[in-house]
Write a protein that binds this ligand. Structure first.
Ligand code: MTE
Length: 326
């Protein structure tokens, strides 16, 4: 048997001589001759790579070490990392989906999270200390936006219940209020979009929801720290609820004895309520919630009550009331 010579190209890959010369003539006519062609061609290649890294927002992100928790399996493929990072909601910066274009000035270090209110041990956590000292795990979760787009991503984070345990809530505490950052210099919409008094973005959960095993404080995604557009350096993930409950870039977690007001429920109480549990049978007043569109592939899938997490959370909402689902 003849041995193949690894230095010899198969004939199918050799450009015929005539084509080679005519290609050279063509490039020459365009001014791409000899060595001069290289800088231009490289610049084009780098531009493509830069675009794929979404303006640099996906480069230089630290890798996070975390235990993989396989308990929460997916019924769909993971969304492509770049697709998930180029279609976001982060109204502080823009009401468009290309948030990655607007976060350059957002500074996410140093960053502290204050845990306040009705707890025995109020504390201020430095984000890097939190990442170093808390039990981080990676979980794959579905995500369903109220706007009917969806994704499936691996978050890295700490169970919110773990943080709650460490600060020891007082017996009268029933709810948690979450507050995002306020910095008009970095987030231009805080000075112009909606009424300025509404900012910072704020959200809330009952204590029972917050200590449910699914509730996660995410500090990373796809094995690396969060890109800014996903809510760096720390955000909430509650996969059974519409995505607006997942407040990004948290600076304060405060325990209280009443249901806190929330950003979207102040803007549209009939459209974006406090509870916001996914339910395909309860339409948004302006669109159907029956199905969802996957980011990246555009695939349409039927939506599922509690976004498929009913076994974990349905008991929190008995007997069911309509207001639990918007
Ligand atoms: N958090 C803040 N601070 N500001 C926002 O505008 N948008 C919410 C939520 N958290 C938002 C936020 C909405 S509407 C959704 S669907 C999710 O973030 C989107 O998360 P993603 O962009 O990481 O997919």
């Amino acid at each position: 048997m003849a041995r193949s010579n690894r230095f010899t190209l198969p004939s199918s890959e050799i450009t015929p001589e005539a084509a080679f010369f005519s290609r050279r003539a063509f490039l020459k006519a365009l001014g791409f001759a000899g060595l001069n062609a290289w800088p231009l061609l490289n610049a084009c290649t780098n531009f493509a790579a830069e675009k794929r890294e979404l303006g640099g927002t996906l480069v230089n992100l630290k890798t996070l070490t975390a235990r993989k928790n396989d308990r929460y399996s997916l019924d769909r493929p993971l969304t492509d990392r770049v697709e998930a990072a180029k279609y976001n909601n982060f109204y502080e910066f823009t009401s468009g989906k290309d948030v990655w274009r607007s976060v350059e000035r957002f500074v996410t270090r140093p960053w502290q999270v204050a845990v306040t209110g009705m707890v025995k041990k109020p504390r201020v956590f430095d984000i890097d200390e939190l990442i170093r000292t808390m039990p981080l795990e990676e979980r794959t979760y579905r995500h369903r936006c109220v706007e009917a787009w969806a994704m499936a991503v691996p978050w890295t984070g700490l169970p919110l219940a773990e943080l709650v345990k460490r600060v020891e809530p007082l017996s009268g505490a029933t709810h948690i209020r979450f507050l995002s950052f306020l910095c008009k210099d970095q987030a231009p919409n805080q000075g112009g979009l909606f009424t300025t008094e509404l900012w910072p973005y704020h959200e809330g959960l009952t204590l029972a929801e917050a200590t449910n095993e699914l509730a996660l404080l995410a500090v990373g995604v796809y094995g690396k720290e969060l890109p800014k557009q996903h809510g760096a350096p720390i955000r909430l993930v509650t996969p059974w609820k519409y995505g607006f409950k997942g407040i990004k870039s948290i600076v304060e977690i405060s325990f209280t004895d009443r249901q806190p007001p929330t950003f979207w429920s102040s803007l549209g109480p009939d459209e974006y309520g406090f509870w916001a549990n996914v339910n395909p049978e309860v339409d948004h007043p302006r669109w159907s919630q029956k199905s969802e569109r996957m980011l990246g592939t555009g695939e349409r899938r039927p939506s599922v009550i509690f976004n498929g997490y009913g076994d974990y959370v349905a008991h929190l909402y008995r007997p069911p009331r309509l207001e639990y689902f918007y």
